[in-house]
Design a protein. Structure first.
Length: 399
């Protein structure tokens, strides 16, 4: 049995380009970039080169705006903490976000609330989108930060980031975006998109795990989460993960260069998969169909339980997710699905399939459709809830 990996939003396989880009930095160029001797300086040269290349791909004005981190979570934490500290100095303790951010953002915001900040969580509506008007209406003289994700990791909806950024600029409020699911998947340009701070993570675009970037526009003073040496201009202590950084840089350049081919190919596969799964009765797509990541398919099926669905799909060789890797293991339904108004019992029956332009084939998509149809039928045949629904003892939520 071949395995069909359809969980690329959780993580991706590293590209050969990224692997090859890392190898010299584990062997020949092994120096510590902070060392003054020639071995260290060779490492420092590579680090400087990587910073310049990342800045260029993101459309940043200056390489000094790029800080290397241990990944998306750290970048989110540092961006939000830094903005909160800057805000507090001016007695601005209000933050605007949405109800369906990644936990790296939500849990940081929860902590800040305990420390006296107030947070407005904007409604993302049934389609999983916020509007710039909502952001504008929520801004007060006390607002120090707007943090809204570029694209959602569970339902794939893409926010009107450029317009939201423009609203923030006009109001003089810092704007951070968690772009972990967007960078390498759709075009992102920090200057054109009016972004002040941006988080990205290498392992979501075929780079290595444990490395990411915090972009912070010139003039924004970052606070460090990790105290120690003077690496990353004193904003992120610890010897740089040079192999990871070089792998990430190569993966980023590769993914962005391939976007013009990858996006239409992937969207076609996505739409084929959506159309196939829409044939299943009492199921519905989650999130807007147009403003959507090219590789994201997310469904809710009534009368089934997401965990069993995943296990049975895995038996058939299909690796999928019920939504966020972070909520698996807990019995709570996904906060993202609740945020778009799915009732608890429906949110439990969720399925996320995230495809990849180079790895997923049309035959894979057809095999996934057949497998999901089979498994949903099988689970419903055993489900007391489904029996009640069919007997009219319960009302269907999804027609
Ligand atoms: C994966 C992900 C993160 C976390 O990134 P890590 O590098 O795994 O810490 C943050 N935000 C979003 C939207 C993600 O998908």
């Amino acid at each position: 049995m071949t395995t069909i990996y359809a969980d690329n939003a959780a993580t991706t396989r590293m590209s050969q380009t990224a692997i090859q880009a890392m190898l010299p930095y584990m062997d020949k160029i092994y120096g510590n970039p902070s060392s003054l001797h020639s071995v260290g300086q060779a490492a420092m040269e590579a680090l400087t080169d990587a910073r310049t290349r990342v800045a260029k791909v993101l459309g940043a004005a200056n390489a000094r705006e790029i800080t290397f981190t241990s990944g998306g979570s750290e970048a989110d934490n540092q961006a939000i903490r830094s903005a909160a500290i800057l805000g507090k100095r001016k007695n601005k303790t209000h933050i605007i976000s949405t109800a369906f951010e990644h936990h790296a953002v939500l849990h940081t915001l929860k902590k800040l609330e305990k420390e006296g900040f107030t947070v407005t969580y904007l409604d993302v509506h049934e389609n999983g989108l916020v509007t710039p008007e909502q952001v504008e209406a929520a801004i007060t003289p006390e607002t120090c930060l707007v943090t809204i994700m570029y694209a959602n990791n569970e339902i794939g909806t893409i926010q009107p980031i450029r317009e939201i950024g423009a609203v923030c600029r006009k109001a003089g409020v810092l704007f951070h975006t968690d772009a972990v699911q967007a960078v390498g998947h759709i075009p992102v340009n920090v200057q054109e998109d009016n972004i002040d701070m941006l988080s990205l993570s290498a392992h979501k675009f075929h780079g290595p795990k444990g490395v990411g970037v915090l972009y912070a526009k010139k003039g924004i003073i970052l606070s460090n989460l990790i105290e120690g040496g003077a690496q990353e201009r004193g904003k992120r202590a610890g010897t740089e993960n040079l192999p990871g950084i070089m792998g990430m840089t190569a993966a980023l350049e590769e993914a962005v260069a391939e976007l013009p081919q990858a996006m239409p190919k992937l969207s076609a596969l996505r739409d084929r998969l959506i159309a196939g799964l829409q044939e299943i009765p009492h199921g519905a797509v989650n999130g807007d169909l147009t403003h959507r990541l090219p590789g994201n398919v997310s469904f809710c099926f009534e009368g089934i339980e997401g965990e069993s669905l995943l296990l049975l799909l895995d038996d058939k060789g299909v690796c999928a997710s019920s939504g966020s890797a972070c909520t698996s293991g807990s019995l709570d339904p996904s906060h993202v699905l609740l945020a778009i108004g799915r009732p608890h019992e429906v949110a439990h029956g969720s399925l996320r399939l995230t495809l990849d332009a180079k790895e997923t084939t049309q035959a894979d998509v057809d095999a996934i459709i057949a497998a999901v149809k089979d498994v949903v039928e099988q689970l419903r045949a055993m489900s007391p809830v489904w029996r009640d629904l069919m007997a009219g003892k319960r009302q269907f939520v999804i027609d």
